[in-house]
Design a protein. Structure first.
Length: 318
């Protein structure tokens, strides 16, 4: 039963037996009552190339493609060693929580999507204080709080409907700046077809930002139950929030016309986006175990693929 608290699982133990490479992904899972950040670690070992017949043709055509063998036994084990409950008391009731961030002191920041508040806890669950609040003033949020991120002793939080980024100091937990975003977007004709709100905003290591704009408009009218590709566009913003250049276009999800368009994640999934400490970009395909990497300027770098055999789902096997 949902009790209004946030449960964070950590100290994930892994043992893969071979030398491995790790990429950190941030995934958002939605259900009716919670939005939970899960940090997913993808580990790969071995580099023997699988048979080409198991690799889709469009994947084989990729440059700098590395294919991992499906036959390698990596002997992985994963265990969850500890559980901490945040906001489980009568005094602090988080309710429907959103994004979560953790600073270098292991303090936990959890956004409340209904009250427009960011709760701050010690790593052991002790409540410290709160940031934000509902409104349109400095440090306040008018709608959803999105993309909590820690950088350079600051906490960044996107107020998408107001096209701005609130910045809080981690030293004294105070609001220090509000950055307007993409005020010059009318100079980019492609963005005239995008939704007004920025879908996601990512802080880079040099203090600049990547803004994700999305659209799914089709030239022709769609029919009920027709699938529509949602297009995402990554643009680079300077530290003042002004768009400076375009980086990448990609299809980020498949939507279905159900009277209103909706992403049926259970059937189509959506592309995951990740970023390394040196600002390289990673995009994972929802249909295949395929991850493409891009340089910080948006140019394609390489890809790696793991040939997983798909198991058909029928009425008999379901």
């Amino acid at each position: 039963m949902f009790d209004g608290s946030a449960r964070l699982y950590f100290n994930i133990s892994t043992n893969f037996g071979l030398n491995s490479k790790c990429i950190t992904w941030v995934m958002l899972f939605n259900n009716r009552q919670t939005i939970l950040f899960i940090f997913m670690f993808l580990f790969f070992a071995g580099c023997n190339k699988s048979k080409n017949e198991l690799i889709p043709e469009h994947v084989q055509e990729l440059k700098n493609l590395k294919v991992y063998s499906e036959d390698v036994d990596i002997g992985k084990t994963i265990s969850f060693d500890q559980e901490v409950v945040y906001g489980g008391s009568d005094d602090i009731f988080i309710g429907i929580h959103g994004d979560i961030a953790v600073d270098l002191s292991d303090r936990i920041y959890i956004s409340n999507s209904f009250k427009k508040i960011i709760y701050v806890f010690e790593h052991d669950g002790q409540f410290i204080g709160q940031l934000g609040g509902e409104g349109r003033g400095p440090g306040e949020f008018s709608k959803w709080i999105k993309n909590l991120q820690i950088f350079n002793h600051h906490l960044f939080a996107l107020d998408a409907s107001m096209h701005r980024l609130n910045v809080f100091s981690l030293n004294n937990l105070s609001h220090i700046d509000t950055i307007p975003l993409a005020g010059n977007r009318n100079r980019y004709p492609e963005l005239a077809r995008a939704f007004p709100e920025i879908r996601n905003l990512y802080v880079r290591s040099d203090g600049t930002f990547i803004a994700e704009f999305v659209n799914h408009f089709s030239q022709e009218r769609t029919e009920r139950y027709e699938n529509i590709d949602m297009q995402s566009h990554f643009y680079l913003l300077d530290s003042s929030g002004t768009i400076s250049s375009k980086l990448i276009d990609f299809i980020s999800a498949t939507l279905t016309d159900l009277g209103i368009v909706f992403n049926l994640n259970q059937f189509f999934g959506q592309r995951l986006k990740g970023f390394s400490s040196d600002d390289q970009i990673y995009i994972a395909d929802p249909d295949y175990f395929l991850i493409k990497t891009y340089y910080p300027n948006g140019h394609y770098k390489a890809a790696f693929y793991y040939p997983i055999k798909k198991i058909p789902l029928t009425r008999e096997t379901a």
